[in-house]
Write a protein that binds this ligand. Structure first.
Ligand code: SAM
Ligand code: SF4
Ligand code: F3S
Length: 444
């Protein structure tokens, strides 16, 4: 086995990050080593995202940049993976001869054989939906993730078909991994030193695995993981309001390790727009979930996703979204301008004036950012719990996150990596909190 370098550039959501790590685990069996130097790799993988904007064109642009990086050097094996690969498949090989392999997200169990075949000078395209084989394959390869906080995919795909979204087409139908397979992987991560696990899925709270007439839900996974002494924190993302069932809501009282932070995309504060989007929930449904969770634990903070300028959104509907921000003090939210995606139901709807949409985006982002600044400010001069993830390079500063996933940067002269410690917050800005470790904290 010859030692070769591989570089993976990852775009998009946490599921792509998880996939990139599993691809590394797989190709290491072929003798590939992870490199940080993208201009010196024998294999270059672009793990792409198709969710917004000119995703496809961005990939060809990226390949143009890589071509320049390797001018005068030996060309790397060029692999395009992820959701653009799934959507475009063999078209990519035809349009850009620099690409050697196109592989969709449900075919990563075939990456090693595709690379081996390529060495025999054959271009390859693989975009079958075969999620079962993918996870069975990865089950036999140890997840080497040894960061303090790691992702664990429990569910893939989506059956909801919101009219704006490509995910059901790029990730295929909903699939939930077997309960025991997930627990085995979680145990491996905990053995590797992982202290925080984020359960992942495009519709993570739709997780449903049936075995011997029992149905396992995400609540069962959370309650099971809660028992591991070495694990400090549990999170999950991304969830859909329709699947926010009472058993999951109850986990916020049964599991001490489940963090009091809920990322629950609503997309719009207008029932008319939600209906046009085919979201399958109303604003009232969302507020009810919020109220139930606040009742269980008033400390719980919410974050959300908003799409601005969806076809049909007038001033009235936009104001309804702004009204929602008066009812829920979102800690951290994402807002995007509607981007028509090829192949989706909303692709051919009449879009609204671009300047108007941009104005609306600025208004909502200002409100959301102000919320973030205020919430972070309210934590100044208090002592908060932080899970320490790493040391900043060449500084006596460490990085960690509080319960609400906010970044915390703090001074410390001992190594606290992997520990839950108390940090006195002195300053803050929109994205981070800054402080010093409390006196007399025991090091790792
Ligand atoms: N499954 C999650 C849910 O149902 O809320 C969302 C997953 S999607 C990867 C992440 C976010 O991208 C969505 O919540 C939505 O706000 C945004 N998004 C998806 N399609 C979009 C589009 N066509 N234009 C703009 N934003 C979009
Ligand atoms: Fe996309 Fe809707 Fe599925 Fe979320 S629920 S992944 S937004 S189709
Ligand atoms: Fe993007 Fe695919 Fe994730 S489209 S957001 S990488 S599921």
């Amino acid at each position: 086995m010859i030692s070769k370098n591989i570089f993976i550039k990852t775009f998009g959501c946490q599921m792509n990050e998880y996939d990139s790590n599993r691809i590394y685990d797989s190709v290491s069996k072929l003798g590939f080593n992870k490199t940080k130097d993208q201009s010196n790799a024998e294999c270059y993988i672009l793990n792409t995202c198709h969710i917004r904007d000119k995703a496809k064109e961005k990939v060809y642009h990226e390949i143009g940049r890589i071509k320049k990086l390797y001018r005068g050097k030996k060309k790397p094996i060029m692999v395009v993976a992820g959701c653009v690969a799934q959507a475009e498949n063999e078209e990519m090989l035809k349009r850009e001869p620099y690409i050697d392999i196109v592989i969709g997200p449900q075919s990563y169990h075939k990456i090693n054989s595709l690379l081996e075949k390529y060495v025999e000078e054959k271009k390859e395209e693989e975009t079958e939906f075969d999620t079962v084989s993918k996870f069975n394959y990865f089950d036999d390869i140890k997840n080497k993730d040894s960061k303090i906080s790691a992702y664990l995919t429990i569910q893939e795909g989506c059956d909801k078909f919101c009219h704006f979204c490509v995910v059901p087409y790029t990730r295929g139908p909903e699939y939930s991994r077997p309960f025991n397979q997930i627990i085995k992987e979680a145990e491996q991560l905990i053995k590797n030193g992982v202290k925080e696990i984020t359960l992942l899925g495009q519709n993570v709270n739709a997780y449903s695995y049936k075995e011997n007439s029992k149905e396992y839900r995400i609540s069962d996974l959370i309650n099971y993981l809660n028992q591991y002494n070495e694990l400090s924190r549990i999170r999950y993302t991304t969830s859909h309001p329709k699947d926010m069932t009472d058993d999951l809501i109850d986990c916020y009282s049964s599991s001490k390790k489940l963090m009091p932070f809920v990322h629950l995309p609503i997309q719009s504060g207008s029932d008319k727009i939600l209906k046009l989007m085919n979201r399958k929930h109303t604003v009232e449904d969302y507020l009810l979930i919020y109220k139930k969770l606040q009742k269980i634990n008033p400390e719980i903070k919410f974050s959300s996703d908003f799409i601005i300028g969806y076809p049909g959104e007038t001033e009235k509907e936009f104001n309804e979204t702004l009204n929602l921000l008066e009812k829920i003090n979102f800690i951290n939210s994402f807002s995007f301008i509607f981007s028509p995606r090829p192949g989706t139901k909303a692709a051919n709807l009449k879009t609204i004036n671009n300047d108007l949409t941009k104005e609306r985006l600025i208004i909502i982002q200002k409100k959301l950012f102000n919320n973030q600044i205020e919430i972070n400010k309210s934590m100044e001069k208090s002592s908060i719990e932080v899970l320490v993830e790493n040391k900043l390079e060449n500084q006596n500063k460490y990085f960690g996150r509080n319960k609400f996933l906010s970044s915390v940067i703090f001074d410390a002269d001992k190594n606290y990596i992997g520990k839950l410690i108390k940090v006195n917050i002195e300053k803050s800005n929109q994205s981070s909190l800054f402080g010093k470790v409390e006196k007399n904290m025991k090091a790792a």
